[in-house]
Design a protein around this ligand. Structure first.
Ligand SMILES: Cc1cc2nc3c(=O)[nH]c(=O)nc-3n(C[C@H](O)[C@H](O)[C@H](O)COP(=O)(O)O)c2cc1C
Length: 387
């Protein structure tokens, strides 16, 4: 296997006005290894240096919380001014190795998916017992925090931001037909898309660099009643009319790309990251990506290639050749072998992800998470996970 076999995957491309050396994207992967106060740890820096040595077209830094009061992982990194120096260091170390790779920060608020011990226990809509409905102002404050985090990403030297509107987190909850709030943040499609419509122009107007990349990762279809990709609060079947409108809004706002995903980990997990028994669900992700490509001139990144192991390369190459995607995104594979694209380029043997779910299980157990098959550190964390 070598670069010549996959000429489309290895063709340079672009996101916004920035060139990328190839179409391999390392998707955001939380590793739950932040330092005190959500700072960037040495371990985090080492992970991203490894990814830099893989010379991916783009690397999306894992979900960084914009809000210290609502974390999905107890050691999640938090993108605040207090932690800025660490993020600057992460970017400079990464760019020293891979100046050509586009480096994006994924910005998030965990919403309902925050762990109880690290959550303000508020809900965007339909609060469960023990939860409080977020006030209109609280939602506005989350919006300010997310906008602030995007500006900090620019200050840290990242090339752009990937707004997390996928996988059941706050940005995704906001868009859902099931978001039945009765204030300006819920109910009508106009209200549910307000967060996006108001925030992007405001961020653009405050950015210093006009080439700073703005994109978002969406779950085209979540597979829950009233979820994204359905037609109403009581509907579960796929209906993509609203998600089509979201993509068009993103394009009209001048966003640079849409990063396609689906499902909600922990709820409809197999849609997000197929495992051996559900392998063929990857086809839905390819279908959503092709669908999105047909709707927009923004760049479109696909997901969920890891389950295909080495076959993913020809699939991704073909998708790009046929105009079904601009880039292909790997999640678990980037944990299994951070050097993946570079090894293919050099014709070297790759450590392929077997979709064993070890990384997911460690993440759910709130441990440092990574590949338990090929990486000795995580092998040990796995062995000692119950101690
Ligand atoms: C351990 C783990 C951490 C993840 N962290 C993130 C994250 O921070 N942001 C995100 O958008 N998706 C996250 N995902 C989803 C992946 O980016 C990806 O969409 C998913 O694993 C499917 O792609 P794959 O089949 O190539 O792994 C995570 C998945 C796993 C297994």
């Amino acid at each position: 296997m070598s670069q010549n076999q996959y000429s489309y995957l290895f063709k340079s491309g672009s996101l916004g006005n920035k060139t990328m050396p190839n179409r391999f994207v390392s998707q955001a992967m939380e590793a739950n290894d932040g330092g005190p106060g959500g700072s960037v740890s040495e371990m985090g820096i080492e992970r991203y240096k490894k990814l830099a040595s893989g010379h991916w077209g783009a690397v999306v830094v894992e979900a960084l919380s914009a809000d210290s009061g609502s974390l999905a992982r107890v050691n999640q990194m938090i993108l605040t001014r207090e932690n800025l120096e660490g993020f600057k260091f992460l970017v400079s170390e990464f760019k020293r190795i891979a100046p050509e790779t586009i480096l994006l920060f994924q910005v998030t608020h965990s919403g309902r998916k925050a762990v109880k011990s690290h959550s303000t226990a508020t809900a965007l809509y339909s609060p469960a017992e023990g939860e409080k409905l977020q006030s209109t102002n609280e939602v506005e404050n989350i919006r300010y925090a997310i906008m602030e985090a995007a500006l900090l990403a620019e200050e840290a030297g990242a090339d752009g931001v990937d707004f997390k509107m996928c996988h059941g987190y706050f940005g995704c909850e906001m868009l859902r037909p099931g978001n039945v709030r009765d204030d300006k943040w819920g109910g009508s499609f106009e209200n549910r898309s307000r967060f996006l419509r108001e925030s992007i122009p405001e961020i653009r107007s405050r950015l210093k660099n006009p080439d700073f990349i703005l994109g978002s990762r969406i779950s085209v279809y979540e597979g829950i009643e009233g979820g994204c990709g359905t037609s109403g609060p009581g509907e579960i079947l796929e209906d993509l009319e609203e998600m089509e409108k979201i993509i068009k809004i993103m394009e009209n706002l001048g966003m640079d790309y849409v990063n396609i995903s689906a499902g909600i980990p922990g709820t409809t997990s197999d849609i997000t990251r197929p495992t051996a028994p559900s392998k063929n669900l990857y086809l839905h992700q390819m279908r959503y990506t092709k669908w999105a490509k047909g709707l927009t001139k923004m760049k479109v990144i696909g997901s969920a290639y890891s389950i295909l192991k080495e076959e993913a390369l020809s699939m991704a190459d073909e998708n790009i050749r046929k105009g079904y995607a601009d880039c292909a995104g790997w999640g678990r594979q980037s944990f299994a072998d951070p050097l993946f694209p570079e090894k293919i380029r050099q014709g070297e043997e790759v450590d392929y992800c077997t979709a064993c779910s070890g990384c997911t299980k460690l993440m759910v157990a709130q441990k440092n998470d990574g590949c338990i098959l090929y990486n000795d550190y995580y092998k040990n964390v796995w062995k000692n996970r119950n101690k």
